[in-house]
Design a protein around this ligand. Structure first.
Ligand code: SF4
Length: 284
């Protein structure tokens, strides 16, 4: 299964996003997908380029809007495996409204955020994930804002799958993306993906020092929402691994009344009064 294409990424050498690209390609192959069964939808930012670097259906969307597009793709063709991706600025600033509602809606989509704690494409401004005191061109005296905690937000919004990983740990990252694709519902995967050009604080070495791998806690129970929230707070959101999974809750597609068995994209939608009436009748 070949998910590589001949487009050369124009990320800076050493950017964490390379590993995310490779992990998506490996995970898609490991779950047995063919390129025509996968759609990768991205937002804007350095990370947003990823949809062009994977041999699959791809759409490089608009800023903060990867998830509305991904949800539309999934609703139109539930037979596709849909991966949405973007950066922390894309998903947690302009796109945060979509992120929260997509999480609680629970469509069967895997959402991968490349969290580098800065805006890279626009050459280094403070993002919602930057630490208090973080100095950039937009906060020359240091950020006075609180850092947003995506894992806490995802859990609070009712996520059925929450995981976090690190670009340097491609084995863990691949297996989490694989698990996210297999999960029947919305999978939220936050990835520490260093921006080597503009973020000189949250470097690979910094993450290696601060990350807490859940493997250290053999008794940890990822089916408990309370345990997950406690562990996130205890570790300051730095833990990696599968943090929470609810295998019981049905996905949006399974719950929506009148949702036709055959994918919308496969139906005869030739515009005729008869077809239109049939389509309306399905949603009654
Ligand atoms: Fe990666 Fe940063 Fe370069 Fe963008 S600016 S490609 S995030 S290293």
């Amino acid at each position: 299964k070949e998910f590589r294409n001949n487009v050369k990424p124009n990320w800076c050498p050493g950017c964490g996003d390379f590993s995310v690209q490779a992990a998506i390609q490996r995970a898609a192959a490991a779950v047995g997908l063919e390129p025509e069964q996968l759609a990768v939808i991205s937002g804007i930012g350095c990370s947003g380029r990823i949809s062009g670097y994977i041999n699959a259906y791809g759409l490089h969307g608009i800023h903060g809007r990867a998830l509305p597009i991904a949800q539309g793709v999934k609703l139109a063709n539930r037979e596709l495996t849909v991966i949405a991706s973007g950066g922390d600025g894309d998903g947690f600033a302009i796109g945060m409204g979509h992120t929260v509602h997509a999480i609680r809606r629970n469509l069967d989509i895997t959402y991968i955020v490349m969290d580098n704690q800065i805006y890279g494409l626009t050459k280094g401004q403070t993002s919602p994930r930057s630490a208090e005191g973080f100095k950039t061109k937009s906060t020359p005296e240091g950020s006075i804002e609180n850092t947003l905690s995506p894992l806490e937000i995802a859990l609070s919004a009712g996520a059925t799958f929450v995981a976090q990983s690190f670009s340097s740990d491609i084995k863990q990252l691949t297996s989490l993306i694989e698990a996210g694709i297999k999960h029947k519902g919305f999978s939220f995967i936050n990835v520490f993906s260093p921006c080597v050009t503009f973020n000189k604080i949250n470097t690979y070495d910094w993450f290696k020092e601060h990350i807490v791998n859940l493997e250290q806690f053999p008794d940890y129970d990822p089916t408990s929402r309370v345990a997950a929230m406690n562990k996130i707070m205890e570790t300051g959101g730095m833990l990696t691994g599968l943090i929470y999974q609810d295998r019981e809750r049905q996905s949006y597609e399974e719950l929506v009344p009148g949702f036709k068995e055959a994918a919308l994209a496969k139906q005869d939608l030739t515009l005729s009064r008869d077809n239109f009436d049939k389509l309306l009748a399905e949603f009654k």
